[in-house]
Design a protein around this ligand. Structure first.
Ligand SMILES: Cc1cc2nc3c(=O)[nH]c(=O)nc-3n(C[C@H](O)[C@H](O)[C@H](O)COP(=O)(O)O)c2cc1C
Length: 186
C-alpha cells in the first residue's frame, strides 16, 4: 500500500478481531512514529505499550468517570466493569505522552511533533493491515489513568491508541473539499 492509499483508507477503528498484535509489529510501528518531523530534535514523544492489566486499569479509570453520570449504584458498577473489560480485551493499546519543556513555544512544537508521530504510526498501521483509534479526553489527566499507564510526573499523556486487526471498517465520514478551506495567496 502506498502512502496515498494509506491516507485515503485510514479510519478510526472501533471493533477489532481477536487476533493479537505482535510485539514485533508494535516495535515496527514505533520505529515509524519516531521518524516524524521534530523541530530542534527534542524527541518529546514517549510511548507506553499497555498490557492487559494496565489496559484494564486505564479502562476502570475511564469507566469511573463515565459512571459519575449514573445515579444507580449497581448500574454505575456495571459501567465501570464494562469499560474495564473492553479495554482489557483490546488486542493492543498504547498511551502516548510528551515531555513538557519549560519554554511554551517549544512545548507547543513538541505537542505538534508528538501528534505527527501518532499520525505516522496510524498510517503505518494501516499499511500493515492494522486498525487504530486515537482517543483523548480529560481522562488522560486523571490520576488513576496516569497511574495505570505509569507515566512520568513531567510528562503529559496526549493520546491513547487502540490497535488491532479491524473487525469492521466504518464508512468514511463526510468531509468538505480541501478547496473550501484553502486560500491561494498571490
Ligand atoms: C486529537 C484526537 C483526539 C481524538 N479523540 C477521540 C476520542 O476521545 N474518542 C473517539 O471516539 N475518537 C477520538 N478521535 C477520533 C476522531 O473522532 C475521528 O478521527 C473522527 O471521527 C474522524 O473519523 P476517521 O478517523 O475514521 O476519519 C480523536 C482524534 C484525534 C485526532
Amino acid at each position: 500500500m502506498d502512502i496515498l492509499d494509506a491516507i485515503e483508507s485510514r479510519r478510526s477503528i472501533k471493533t477489532f478481531s481477536d487476533r493479537p498484535v505482535s510485539d514485533e509489529a508494535i516495535r515496527q510501528l514505533l520505529s515509524m512514529a519516531v521518524l516524524a518531523p521534530n523541530h530542534r530534535m527534542t524527541e518529546p514523544w514517549r510511548f507506553y505499550v499497555l498490557g492487559p492489566k494496565a489496559r484494564a486499569a486505564y479502562g476502570a479509570a475511564l469507566g469511573a468517570r463515565k459512571a459519575k453520570r449514573v445515579d444507580d449504584e449497581e448500574a454505575a458498577a456495571a459501567v465501570i466493569a464494562k469499560v474495564e473489560q473492553s479495554h482489557r480485551d483490546l488486542p493492543a493499546m498504547m498511551a502516548v505522552s510528551m515531555t513538557l519543556d519549560e519554554n511554551p513555544e517549544i512545548r507547543e512544537e513538541d505537542y505538534a511533533a508528538t501528534y505527527m508521530a501518532i499520525q505516522n504510526l496510524c498510517l503505518a498501521a494501516c499499511a500493515m493491515g492494522l486498525g487504530t483509534h486515537v482517543k483523548s479526553g480529560a481522562v488522560m489527566d486523571d490520576p488513576r489513568a496516569r497511574a495505570a499507564v505509569g507515566v512520568a510526573d513531567h510528562e503529559r499523556i496526549v493520546a491513547t491508541i487502540h490497535m488491532g486487526e479491524p473487525a469492521e471498517v466504518p464508512t468514511p465520514k463526510e468531509r468538505k473539499d480541501a478547496a473550501d478551506f484553502t486560500t491561494w495567496v498571490p
